[in-house]
Design a binder for this molecule. Structure first.
Ligand code: ACO
Length: 326
């Protein structure tokens, strides 16, 4: 039985940095508060000329290069995003056109910050069944476009970026060896962008009420995150026939350092085994896990044969994780 693994990984983050000091000039906040409560020091902010599909395309090009794969070999493009260029066409179709990946099917996936994990787990099935050979899974976000820069509860948390992987066959026992996905739609109200959809179409009133921006109950999302990060990781490990003691590297969704630390504690992992870059990028939603994985590889922290657990949570509410034998 062949495995399904990551053949190439690419990321793209905008150059422009928005620091906590910059935010102090925009809302009633402080560098100290943001660092202490979230661990975030700065985040990237996309250039006005670019949209999510542009970030996604750049990340995908790098992933294709690393995988030595040409765009016409790609059978499917999945873009996980909460910030598509527009409702339709899907961002995945825009990326398909940019890449000239003429043989690829394409669709977007909406699972908030769990989107990349949902995408990996979904994409892997098409390869497992033998239907497809090579799949691009991309997490790409321009969250700063849906931030209310008068709301200190949300605008300090999020940043822009993209990550992409090429999934394909790998030797038996390698690659994605376990996964878990879940949802609790009853918690959907805790984190949402209320207007612009069929429930609340755009009007002058929705704009005036700032309903086209992210609204979040931070406290409740925090409690949810702490609970599901550990649970989901345990379930994915169980699915792989492993336990937390087997984990070499934990790649948690980068939302808040305190959430990451409590997940590590739940899994009884020392922080040396946990990848953290929330300080430099903030929460990039579906892009956070591939960006963290790229940095971990480049820093020499990921070794052949390592057991990596990646776990995400987000709007929906949703959670998802996978175990990768590197
Ligand atoms: N600067 C200064 N003060 C602030 C700021 C800020 N940027 N933001 C909030 N505060 C204030 C609040 O108004 C509150 O003041 P009050 O007590 O006078 O009302 C006080 O700080 C404490 O607020 P809490 O919400 O209790 O602070 P907490 O320690 O919970 O931290 C935070 C808030 C950082 C939002 C935290 O709850 C969190 O990280 N939650 C999870 C959010 C998350 O991960 N979201 C992403 C999900 S993934 C996705 O799909 C997008």
């Amino acid at each position: 039985d062949m495995g399904v693994g990551i053949l190439g990984l690419g990321i793209y983050v905008p150059e422009k940095i928005l620091t906590n000091k910059d935010l102090e000039k925009m809302v009633d906040t402080s560098d100290e508060w943001i660092v202490e409560r979230t661990g975030i020091r700065e985040r990237r902010i996309v250039d006005p000329s670019m949209a999510t599909s542009d970030l996604a395309t750049r990340a995908a090009e790098k992933a294709l290069a690393e995988a030595k794969t040409s765009p016409d070999e790609i059978d499917l493009i999945i873009v996980a995003t909460a910030t598509p260029d527009m409702f339709f066409p899907s961002t995945a179709c825009l990326v398909q056109a940019n890449l000239k990946a003429d043989n690829a099917a394409a669709f977007d996936l909406a699972a908030g910050c769990s989107g990349f994990m949902y995408g990996i787990n979904t994409g892997a099935q098409f390869i497992k069944t033998g239907l497809y050979k090579k799949i691009l899974v991309i997490g790409a976000e321009t969250l700063t476009r849906i931030m209310d820069y008068t709301d200190r509860n949300t605008c300090v948390l999020f940043g822009d970026g993209a990550g992409a992987v090429v999934l394909g066959e790998c030797p038996p026992g390698c690659g994605i060896i376990g996964f878990n996905m879940g949802a609790d739609g009853a918690g959907g109200d805790l984190l949402k962008l209320p207007a612009g959809g069929s429930r609340l179409p755009a009007t002058a009133e929705t704009v005036a009420n700032r309903q086209h921006f992210v609204h979040m109950n931070g406290n409740e999302v925090f409690k949810f995150a702490v609970k599901v990060m550990g649970e989901s990781a345990f379930k994915a490990l169980d699915h792989a026939g492993l336990s937390a003691a087997d984990v070499d590297i934990l790649i948690p969704h980068q939302a808040n350092i305190r959430i990451i630390q409590s997940a590590a504690k739940r899994l009884k992992l020392p922080m040396e085994k946990v990848i953290v870059n929330v300080d430099r990028y903030g929460n990039t939603s579906s892009a956070s896990i591939p960006i963290a994985l790229r940095e971990a590889i480049d820093d020499g922290r990921v070794k052949d044969g390592d057991v990596i657990v990646a776990v995400g949570f987000g709007a929906g509410l949703t959670w998802a994780s996978c175990v990768i034998k590197w």
